[in-house]
Structure formats: structure tokens, C-alpha cells
Design a protein around this ligand. Structure first.
Ligand code: ZN
Length: 321
């Protein structure tokens, strides 16, 4: 039977994927056919020990939810922000989590007795988005959240580049006189369409600042209109960079700003059309037809993390004969 073939030697079939974000962990349990059997969210916590503890609790609670114990899980993949050494499973400088340096894979494996693999969150989400959307060739996943970054997938594999920087389009400066970016440059794409930068530029209180900007822009507030244009133009610039440098067929847009839904998608589409208007070359690329928005709350990031975990156990079973 197919399911039995896909189990490891202990008969374990279920893979867990965790997307560890600044405030919450999104966890999914995936069966061998790629179906999501269970999903839960819990707080991430702050600092190395708390993050590790909450990861272990997320895995344990999710296992219980699908009727297993943690040790019945075949692999756990974790997508986490920061600088990730995918080979060692070590995480550095995840500043939003209060994590300076964490031997995540080693410590989590020791705690739960299950193989762990760790990947940068956006790269993991890119794999998940490609799988959920059934993209088999080339695609980029553009994450519009507090910050802006992309993951590029070629034939089902993450393209890392020489130093793992491939896809860091948020820090391409498109305006030398623009707003100062957290990275030290001015006018980075992230200063135009990152949720954090937009909230800072808006400077008014509110729990959903980018939504407030769009709502205020709809009523004609000139400051909001300018920031809304920045958002759409910045995201369009990121799409252009991804297609012109890697010629990906599709750019799937995910991240927290997808809660803006249709307005965001149409806004980016119009900015792409407007940007191409004067150029027969750019018009010929049909960029506006090559973007897709993930639905708000999509499990792509956690699902991609489960795929990351699956990759290590496949590799192990091959190398161990
Ligand atoms: Zn920057």
C-alpha cells in the first residue's frame, strides 16, 4: 500500500510543519498524500528558550489533535525568520523573536526524539505556495508582511544563490532619496511596501495601519493616497525585479498584507500595467497576468515547512541505503 511505503522504519507517516512568526506559530500535520490533517496556532514567545519550548508544545499538541504522540511523527520542518543554516539547523539573528543564536534542530530533536529540519521562513513558504498552487516550473513567492522578501523556486527546489541571499528583493533601493530603511540604505522596496515601514510613515494609532491607510485613501486623505501608491508601486517593483532577473513564470504574493485581499491585488495589477505603459518590451511580459494572491490565512508557510522536513528524511533514507 502506498501509505505504508511512505512510512519510515518505525511506521511513522505524519509530517509536521511549523511557521514560526513574530507573534504566533502556525502548525500543520500532513499525511503522505499531502492532505492537512490538523492545524493549530499558538504564541511564539520571546527568547531562545521560550521559542524552543513553544515549538515543542506546538508539535505535542498537534500530534495529540491527530491522535498520535510526538514520537509518532516522521519529521518536523520549521520555517523561521533570521539567518538559517539549513544544514546544521542553527538560527542566527531572528531579532523579532529575541533569538540571537539557537541550535534549533539539535535541541528540538533532543527534546522530542523526532528529526527536525530548519529553513528560513520565506524560503519555506515559497515551497509551500508552489506546492499548494500546483506550480511545477519556475515561480517566486513575494512575502509582503512587516518586511518584504521573496523566495524563488525552480523545478520544485529553492534557489539560494551563492550566499543564500537570492530573493532578498526588499532591500533593492529604487529611490536614492527615499525613506531610510532599517538596513541603512534609502528608498528600499521594503520602505515602499513593507507593513512596518508603511505603519511608521503613517504614524497614526491603529491595530491594522495598512488597512487604515487604504480606508483613508478611499476617502481622499492625500497622505494616505501617497502611501497607498507607494505600496502598490513598491510591490510592482518587486514583481518586476523577480521576473526580469529570474524570469519566473508566476509571482505568488503572500504574507500578512494579503488580508487586504482584492484591493491589494488590483492595486498591484494596475501599478504593473501603468509601469509598462510606455514600453512595448515591458508590455510584452504581461506582468499583470502573472501575479496571484494567496488567500488570507493560507497555510502555505507551515505546509512548506512540512515539505522542508520531508526533504531531510528522504535524503537520509537514500544515503542510509
Ligand atoms: Zn533596506
Amino acid at each position: 500500500m502506498k501509505g505504508v511505503d511512505l512510512a519510515d522504519r518505525a511506521g511513522r507517516q505524519i509530517r509536521v510543519g511549523l511557521d514560526v512568526g513574530g507573534t504566533k506559530i502556525d502548525a500543520v500535520a500532513v499525511d503522505p498524500a499531502g492532505e492537512i490533517l490538523g492545524r493549530l496556532r499558538r504564541p511564539t514567545g520571546w527568547g531562545e528558550d521560550a521559542v524552543l519550548e513553544n515549538i515543542a508544545l506546538a508539535v505535542g499538541t498537534l500530534a495529540e489533535q491527530v491522535g498520535l504522540s510526538a514520537s509518532d511523527i516522521r519529521s518536523v520542518g520549521v520555517g523561521i525568520p533570521g539567518l538559517v543554516d539549513a544544514d546544521s539547523g542553527r538560527v542566527l539573528h531572528a531579532v523579532n523573536l529575541g533569538v540571537d543564536s539557537l541550535d534549533l534542530a539539535v535541541r528540538a530533536e533532543r527534546a522530542l526524539g523526532v528529526p527536525f529540519r530548519v529553513e528560513n521562513d520565506v524560503k519555506a513558504a515559497a515551497l509551500g505556495a508552489a506546492a499548494l498552487r500546483g506550480v511545477s516550473g519556475s515561480m517566486a513567492y513575494l512575502n509582503l508582511g512587516t518586511g518584504v522578501a521573496a523566495g524563488i523556486v525552480m523545478d520544485g527546489r529553492i534557489w539560494r544563490g551563492a550566499r543564500g541571499t537570492a530573493g532578498e528583493v526588499g532591500h533593492i533601493s529604487v529611490d536614492p532619496n527615499g525613506r531610510l530603511c532599517g538596513c541603512g540604505q534609502r528608498g528600499c522596496i521594503e520602505t515602499f511596501c513593507g507593513g512596518g515601514a508603511l505603519a511608521k510613515a503613517w504614524g497614526r494609532p491603529g491595530s491594522l495601519p495598512v488597512r487604515d491607510i487604504l480606508d483613508a485613501a478611499d476617502t481622499g486623505d492625500s497622505e494616505a493616497v501617497a502611501l497607498r501608491d507607494d505600496l502598490y508601486r513598491g510591490a510592482a517593483a518587486a514583481v518586476r525585479v523577480l521576473v526580469l532577473s529570474a524570469d519566473v513564470e508566476t509571482v505568488i504574493i503572500g504574507g500578512g498584507l494579503t488580508s487586504l485581499g482584492e484591493r491589494l491585488e488590483q492595486g498591484i495589477r494596475h501599478a504593473l500595467l501603468a509601469g509598462a505603459e510606455a514600453s512595448p518590451f515591458m508590455r510584452s511580459l504581461h506582468l499583470d497576468e502573472r501575479i496571484e494572491l494567496l488567500p488570507a490565512g493560507s497555510p502555505a508557510a507551515a505546509f512548506g515547512a512540512a515539505l522542508v522536513g520531508a526533504a531531510i528524511t528522504e535524503k537520509e533514507s537514500v544515503s542510509h541505503g
